[in-house]
Design a protein around this ligand. Structure first.
Ligand SMILES: Cc1ncc(COP(=O)(O)O)c(C=O)c1O
Length: 380
């Protein structure tokens, strides 16, 4: 029996907007009428509400997730010549912040099953120039933070958690982003917790770092027109803050719905039986939940990237849109070719880039569409 084609985008922002339009529009109109657009009461309230939600002592809004990383490194006094260890399998912004500050990104390979940085690989990269580590909780699952924090303490290193893809993820009894020295967040529209443009945030439990981050996001100023140190202009405006305040009320339910959809995919992939390839569901480690910012399966075959093209095309023929996050690991990006790496320097990151494929996963995805996708996966 042939299936009737249904068009399913990788993300449906309109569906989410429609579900909260009344709340969001009322809140935005209030901001517009107030004419208080920057560093106002909604930012303050959002910072307090998200700090409470994440059980973090402080939350500090900023302009986007890339700035959050840069501000974190500035506040931690990472300087030119320092080395910062990070994953080669992430969005470029993670490493870019290290380069922008003049420090050197040093890549450590991932665990192929979780796509997150491998603690042993990380430890093997430590030198006397290493100042900090940036871990990335990729796709919505936390890194192995116990192991990573133990390594950081042993070697006296600072830890930044890039939580752009993991707002609401828990690692044991703590939220991702609140375990290391500083957590950074992005509210870019495609994120699981997003605003209507660019937005970002930092969390910390450290009084000194909180004060410093608050200062350097606003030109190093603690008092208007008095500048204590070099900073930048990176503020989360009132319209974005008020939208995030509305959405914070829904985030638990949304993350929960993502996990329900993901479980259906995982069951389907576990039962699927294909002749020339294996579809691996994402593996979830014991200490972390997974909020499935992305649902990322991995294709195992003789030629994974060719098999992936074939699967992507077959699903697209049936109206199912998929994405590859990310097709090229950072050590092979033109930007970093001068580091002289070969693909096999980070074999798991290289393999992941050849073989991952993300399926549509968002809270508004209808159950019958999930069924449709599962059926298509079974029949590949
Ligand atoms: C892992 C990761 N880090 C950093 C960023 C940068 O965030 P932004 O786009 O808000 O600058 C993103 C998202 O784009 C991301 O996915």
């Amino acid at each position: 029996m042939t299936m009737t084609k249904i068009n399913i985008p990788i993300l449906d922002l309109k569906a989410q907007y429609q579900s909260i339009a009344t709340e969001v529009e009322a809140a935005v109109i209030q901001v517009l009428r107030s004419t208080h657009y920057v560093l106002g009461p909604n930012l303050k309230a959002f910072e307090e509400e998200s700090a409470k939600f994440l059980n973090s002592k402080y939350a500090i809004g900023c302009a986007n997730g890339s700035d959050a990383l840069y501000l974190a490194l500035l506040a931690l006094d990472v300087k030119p010549g320092d080395e910062v260890i990070t994953t080669p399998f992430t969005y470029v912004a993670t490493a870019e912040a290290i380069t922008q500050i003049g420090a050197r990104p040093v890549f450590a390979d991932i665990d192929l099953e979780t796509y997150n940085i491998c603690p042993n690989a990380l430890e093997s990269k430590i030198t006397n120039k290493t100042k900090a580590i940036i871990v990335v909780h990729l796709y919505g699952q936390a890194c192995k933070m116990n192991e990573i924090m133990a390594i950081a303490q042993k070697h006296n290193l600072k830890v930044v958690e890039d939580t752009a893809q993991a707002f609401g993820t828990k690692y044991q009894d703590k939220y991702a982003g609140t375990i290391g020295d500083i957590g950074t967040y992005s509210f870019y529209p495609t994120k699981n917790f997003s605003c209507a443009g660019d937005g970002g945030m930092l969390t910390t439990n450290n009084d000194y770092l909180a004060e410093r981050l608050t200062r350097i996001r606003a030109h190093g100023s603690s008092k208007r027109y008095y500048h204590d140190e070099l900073g930048v202009n990176s503020r989360l405006d009132e319209i974005q803050a008020v939208i995030l305040r509305v959405k914070l009320r829904h985030i638990n339910a949304w993350n929960h719905r993502r996990a329900i959809i993901a479980n259906r995919y995982t069951q389907t992939l576990n039962q699927s039986n294909h002749k020339d390839f294996v579809l691996h569901p994402p593996k979830v480690i014991g200490q972390s939940n997974h909020i499935y910012h992305q649902y990322t399966m991995r294709i195992e075959s003789e030629k994974p990237s060719e098999t992936r093209d074939m699967i992507k095309a077959k699903l697209a023929e049936q109206g199912i849109n998929t994405e590859i996050y990310y097709p090229l690991a950072l050590h092979m990006q033109k930007l970093y070719l001068d580091m002289g790496h070969k693909p096999e320097d980070f074999p798991s990151a290289y393999t992941a880039a050849q073989s991952v494929l993300c399926l549509p996963v968002y809270p508004e995805l209808k159950s019958e569409h999930v069924d449709y996708i599962c059926e298509a996966l079974t029949k590949l």
